[in-house]
Ligand binder design. Sequence first.
Ligand code: PLP
Length: 495
Amino acid sequence: MKYYSTRDRAIRLSGAEAVKTGLSRDGGLLTPETIPQIDAGFLENLKTASYAQRAAEVMALYLTDYDKEELQTFAERAYGPDKYDTPAAAPLRKVDGNTHCLELWHGPTSAFKDMALQMLPQLLSAALRKTGEEKTACILVATSGDTGKAAMEGFADVEQTKILVFYPKDGVSAVQESQMVTQEGANVGVCAVVGNFDDAQAGVKRIFSDEAIRKTLADRGYFLSSANSINWGRILPQVVYYISAYCDLLRDKAISMGEKVNFCVPTGNFGDILAAYYAKRMGLPVGKLICASNQNDVLTDFLRTGIYDKNRPFHNTMSPSMDILVSSNLERLLFDLSGEGDALVRSYMEDLGRTGKYEVSASIQAALTEQFWGGFCDEAGTAETIARYYKDFGYLIDTHTAVAAQVMEQYRKATGDQTLTVFASTASPYKFCNHVLANIGETPRGDGVELLDQLHAATGVPVPRRLAALKEKTRRFDQTAEKAEMDAVVLDFLK
Ligand SMILES: *Cc1c(COP(=O)(O)O)cnc(C)c1O
């Protein structure tokens, strides 16, 4: 299986090369040239398999230059008991007869990013070997809060790699910031950027496309790679859990083989929901893909009108990992929906770069409407949903998960569709203690990790062990840079 660029189909890389480079040289995203198909037999086989087995089977369909045993070893390491606090890795929790929640935060950093970022470093290490690479990979990450920590946790002390994370100075929660600035590992670096997530992401993208920096770093023995969800090695492990959820529903007899389920996903950079789309394209019986946004509702408007327009106010919300105006992974979806129209995708991305806006063709828009439903949830809706889930179901959910739960309800009201729906829970409520406490009727006392105890005392829900351990950790990083200084920070980190 080869990978091409969404902006140029003439570019063809192996799976290992795609994982190694992250982003195509032309700025496009590397995308599989065909989508492998699965059938009832495939799902039947995985019904009683472990999560690691499911991961190996699904990933092997795409990474044909890795062998299945190798992938199985990686998956056992990634999702094993050292890392995950439940053997299921991504368990389903039943909320009511036709509503299940897919909990994706049982990994080491308590956010769904671990599902991919425990796997990516292993895929990358193997890719360096497979391609005979001698340089050190430097992973540059722009994070809206969760990716940075999960990436460092995955890459810490991985040979032949270094990792540098940029996060928006005032755009992450106190717990998220302490997770990042206390990260251990000799090969990691962290820097706050004055600005929002899009500023940090634009800075990283600029550095990636800067030939002079690339050349300087090559002379020093480094090449740049990405752990953002633009890397195919991030998307692929996420495809697994949608298939796994379906297998769990089959195993538990909540559905019968072939019956469709909907997925509702709280969305920022469009990586997580894109993985659900690929699962559907592979033949998993999926009805609607419900795209849930917070007050930054650029995707809701896009799915309803076919016009993507980032020229709008940016809101800092209590679900910061979704505070995004440019959803990079949408490009892969447009490529697929346009029948691999690389020229068309290139023109949309040029429009986006020049005017902050593009409008898709009528046929793409029709396909979007058929596959997706978009909605957004404002701050009051998020607050109300956290309170209601706790009261009605005894289920403590975080702010991002609440956005998904509320948009799922909007979808049901708007369409009357009663198909069994799985909504994704992307972070532990303990990552956003202040908002969760406030919305279940407690007054947060303090701002940072001290709130973990308070939330535990109020609810009895166990604190994830790595978060509990933060209180003992010392701060290792204290750097802040202006946007324009990001290049210098990179060059200094890779001296
Ligand atoms: C990253 C993140 C999201 C958004 O996922 P995308 O793949 O960027 O769409 C949602 N919730 C949480 C908690 C996240 O960390």
